[in-house]
Design a protein around this ligand. Structure first.
Ligand SMILES: Cc1cc2nc3c(=O)[nH]c(=O)nc-3n(C[C@H](O)[C@H](O)[C@H](O)COP(=O)(O)OP(=O)(O)OC[C@H]3O[C@@H](n4cnc5c(N)ncnc54)[C@H](O)[C@@H]3O)c2cc1C
Length: 359
């Protein structure tokens, strides 16, 4: 059976914030019909989630007030909101001497940069005890950028339960084609082979995880694609915690990393993905009541497990770098947190790299 052939100037592979913002930037020089987003039917779209009549952004994603992205026309029609408020519970039950620390590990870096403090305890809860032996170089880089040499990191809060990034992209109506699987990508012919369609493109921007892109392009690689996930729990409550409060839990015994009040009556709890299904809801609820003592009428709503949230090691091996250059020389741009395999926020992505493929 012959396949449909579709030609498009710009194809964006993957459907998340990086794709949608790239689409917005492409529209400055391209017509809407020149850009096609390909979305995998099997991957859920987590920009908003619904619980009863509450539509909310499940990931705590905040634009940074000082950033070029937040000050660009992407946010021109987005309502203003105040920054989030950040606080920390008491630093407790963290016995630093119980760990054997290797030179060059993430823990070694953190002790040298920040000392033995609540950050180290939070780090061990977030990244696991492996941070005492492994470098987790992506995390080191992020800490350097955000906390050791900060360039302004004021995080703007949610509005009506949703990230301002959601408001920024909601007016866009890109052309989106769903697919169930990609058979292969022929980089030299510039063609993506789907089950019943072949997409021929001039330029491809890929936000799917870099190692999957390599596989689809027939490039083997030894890229260190270690990553870690998160388990989120959501609770409704009657009163006692205003929206946009982030509270970090610095007690090492508690499994909670942080809680964030998405609205005045709905909050998120973040746990390490490795705690998936290992912590009782009653334990989480009791701890929330300690972290936010004024809270009243708290009820469990739902959870969300995301296995891939943070890439852990920087890409430095020559083979991977060579393959990335090969792709770029053939008009394929790996892009975004997973496409580029970097622990970055949206305002840190190199948006000018879109120019390199002729935008
Ligand atoms: C807890 C947490 C807090 C964060 N806080 C912030 C913040 O404050 N500010 C900020 O800017 N950023 C923040 N981020 C990062 C933010 O989530 C990312 O920058 C943003 O979601 C990246 O968008 P993206 O489009 O690159 O990735 P995604 O939205 O993940 O899109 C990647 C695409 O790849 C597809 N895909 C995944 N796996 C496969 C597969 N196997 N095969 C094919 N396709 C696949 C997905 O379906 C998706 O379409 C945070 C992230 C987390 C986890």
């Amino acid at each position: 059976m012959s396949k449909n052939l579709v030609h498009v100037k710009y194809c964006i592979l993957g459907y998340g914030y990086a794709s949608l913002i790239a689409y917005h930037k492409l529209l400055k020089k391209q017509k809407h019909e020149n850009v096609l987003i390909l979305q995998n039917k099997k991957e859920e779209f987590f920009i908003t989630v619904e619980y009863q009549d509450i539509l909310f952004s499940p990931l705590p994603i905040f634009p940074v007030k000082e950033s070029e992205l937040y000050n660009s026309d992407l946010f021109a029609n987005v309502p203003k909101q105040d920054p989030i408020t950040v606080s920390f519970s008491e630093f407790a039950n963290f016995n630093y001497n119980a760990f054997e620390m290797k030179k060059g590990s993430l823990a070694d870096f953190m002790v040298k940069a920040q000392g033995i403090d609540k950050n180290l305890c939070l780090g061990a809860k977030q990244w696991g005890e492996e941070m005492f032996s492994l470098p987790f170089s992506q995390v080191q880089s992020k800490i350097k950028r955000h906390y050791v040499e900060p360039k302004g990191n004021t995080r703007i809060g949610y509005l009506n339960g949703q990230s301002l990034f959601k408001y920024a992209i909601e007016e866009l109506s890109p052309k989106v084609q769903e697919y169930s699987s990609i058979q292969r990508i022929n980089v030299l012919e510039k063609k993506i082979h789907l089950q019943d369609t072949v997409i021929s493109y001039d330029n491809l921007i890929s936000t799917i995880p870099l190692n999957y892109l390599f596989q689809l392009c027939g490039l083997d690689s030894n890229t260190n694609s270690a990553f870690t996930g998160c388990h989120f729990y959501f609770f409704t409550y009657e009163s006692g915690l205003e929206e946009n409060n982030m509270i970090y839990d610095c007690d090492y015994i508690s499994k909670i990393i942080r809680i964030f009040s998405i609205r005045d009556d709905f909050l998120m709890v973040q746990l390490n993905g490795k705690a998936y299904n290992k912590v009782a809801i009653s334990e989480i609820k009791d701890r929330i009541e300690v972290l936010a003592p004024s809270i009243r009428g708290i009820e469990y709503a739902r959870d969300l497990y995301l296995p891939m949230c943070y890439p852990l090691e920087l890409i430095s091996d020559p083979d991977t770098l060579e393959r990335m250059t090969y792709l770029q020389n053939n008009n394929v741009l790996p892009f975004g947190r997973f496409g580029n395999w970097e622990y970055s926020d949206l305002h840190e992505l190199d948006w000018s790299s879109l120019d390199s493929i002729g935008v």
